[in-house]
Design a protein around this ligand. Structure first.
Ligand code: ADP
Ligand code: MG
Length: 243
């Protein structure tokens, strides 16, 4: 069960006159197994909202639920969420295999054989089976991104969070990885929140879009609904809807 509920969540940074409302009273329901894309301009609160769902940031007000559990008090590990960011944060002195197994060795009861099996099958899924003995520095950007995804899936998480994971890649690789991420998500059937400011990613990748501006929810709907029936001028302008 990995539906996610965001209930009246607000996040303020700073105090008084200096304070910034990064997320402004947002409520959302994300279905089990759904792929939801958070989209909006820079500074619209996408990353903050995602970090709140992940447990990396504490909201000022409101609740986050995963399944039926209020997770406000739980840290990232306990939420059973795997994250992938644009800077892949691979450990440079570890091999690909060590990068992928490290988290498992720290956090599970699995035997070494079981860990090896899990890593091998995740590596096959990401088509990086040949790279297990290499170090990140020897890999291309696209290969590193595959390793980062492989490392996320070995933990068999309830939820994937991805924050602009493709923004360091060139256009051709980005297109390839969009397909790859969609394939992975549907194979694993894992609830996924994906942050981007890229309209192509927004229009092509998700089941639904969450459109944000100045921390406020503008619209939630399928890409086609948002495109053809934008809730307001902002959504229309941002997605380039026909007028
Ligand atoms: P996005 O990911 O859509 O670009 P962010 O969630 O990063 O937007 O930021 C939303 C707003 O919150 C911005 O105005 C940003 O400057 C502010 N903000 C984000 N993180 C912090 C922080 N740690 N301290 C102060 N302000 C922050
Ligand atoms: Mg961001």
């Amino acid at each position: 069960m990995a539906k996610i509920t965001v209930d009246d969540v607000t996040k303020r940074f700073g105090e008084g006159d200096e304070s910034v409302v990064a997320v402004d009273d947002v409520s959302l329901d994300i279905r089990d197994g759904e792929f939801v894309v958070f989209v909006g301009p820079s500074g619209s609160g996408k990353s903050t909202l995602m970090r709140i769902v992940a447990g990396l940031e504490t909201q000022s007000e409101g609740d986050v639920k995963i399944g039926d559990t209020v997770v406000n008090q739980l840290g990232p590990r306990a939420r059973d969420i795997a994250m992938v960011f644009q800077n892949y944060a691979l450990y440079p002195n570890m091999t690909v295999e060590e990068n992928m197994s490290f988290g498992l060795k720290m956090s599970t009861e699995l035997s070494d054989d079981e860990i090896e099996e899990t890593v091998t099958s995740a590596a096959e899924m990401m088509d990086i089976g040949e790279l297990l003995d290499d170090r990140p520095g020897q890999l291309s950007g696209g290969q590193q991104q595959r390793v980062a995804l492989g490392r996320a899936i070995v933990r068999d998480p309830n939820v994937f969070l991805m924050d602009e994971p493709l923004s360091n890649l060139d256009a051709k690789l980005r297109a390839e990885m969009r397909t790859e991420i969609n394939r992975l998500q549907s194979e694993l059937d894992v609830t996924t929140l994906y942050v981007t400011h890229d309209q192509t990613e927004a229009m092509t990748m998700g089941d639904r879009l969450v459109v944000l501006n100045y921390g406020e929810l503008q619209q939630i709907g399928t890409p086609l609904e948002c495109f053809y029936r934008p809730a307001n001028q902002f959504v229309a302008g941002f997605l380039g809807s026909p007028s």
